[in-house]
Write a protein that binds this ligand. Sequence first.
Ligand code: PAF
Length: 291
Amino acid sequence: MQIVDSRAALQRLSDEERARGLRLALVPTMGALHEGHLSLVREARARADRVWVSIFVNPTQFDEAQDFEGYPRDPERDLEACRAAGVDVVYLPSVEEMYPEGAATWVDVDRLTEPLCGASRPGHFRGVTTVVSKLFLAAKPHVAVFGEKDFQQLAVIRRMARDLGFDVEVVGAPTLRESDGLALSSRNVRLGREARAQATVLVRALDAAEAAVASGERSHEAILSRVRAEIAKAPRARLDYAELRDPESLERAAGTLASPTLLALAVRFEPDPDGSGGAVRLIDNRVLLAR
Ligand code: PAF
């Protein structure tokens, strides 16, 4: 496995591999790799001859300094996980490499970035689209794989790639879950014991909404009130948002459920009363289908 820290070296490597007719897949990550990331690596492997992983905790996508500072980092473990997963190249750029002194250029997607996480985390998606553009320009992959847990992120990156004409196929891979249903996330390790036990409230709320739809409920307001009632059962959980949206445009879906509709959730957990764990915000989603 090759470890590359400069953009110029990565671009050269990409040119060489492409000239040999090899298909390159990139899995962009912020490290703290878990089984969910490794499933993205497997998806990438199925679609390409070479799998490249980037590991970069991108400062510009954090709207809270505390969240950036507390974000889990373990580069040695990450490299070991990549090696074991058969990754061919790991791109490990520094902040200076990604954002040279005086960097003043941003990539910003309108509209799709306004609701949901865009409303709760101002500037977040501008940081994501800027860094992903830089990664695409550095690695020049044929395909890039992202998790569907970050549904809005995937939609935004797809739109960015289309609008800017990146010659990259953007692929979404299904969310992986713990045995109790909690979606895998690098942030899970920062939950206190009580918060971790209650974090399954997200998947339970999604299940409750799905069960309501299966039993014939079509009113958006009724579905969302089931979701809110479920979240309210977890005393350490604070609902950030629960919304029903069109899965393509992310526009608010009004009224009744007639077509596939995205249920997107974000929930905050404070540190446990004994001070253990950190402030953690988790997201999850499901596309609801009226059959
Ligand atoms: O999903 C993530 O881990 C990040 O947002 C990404 C896509 C690697 C950009 O920093």
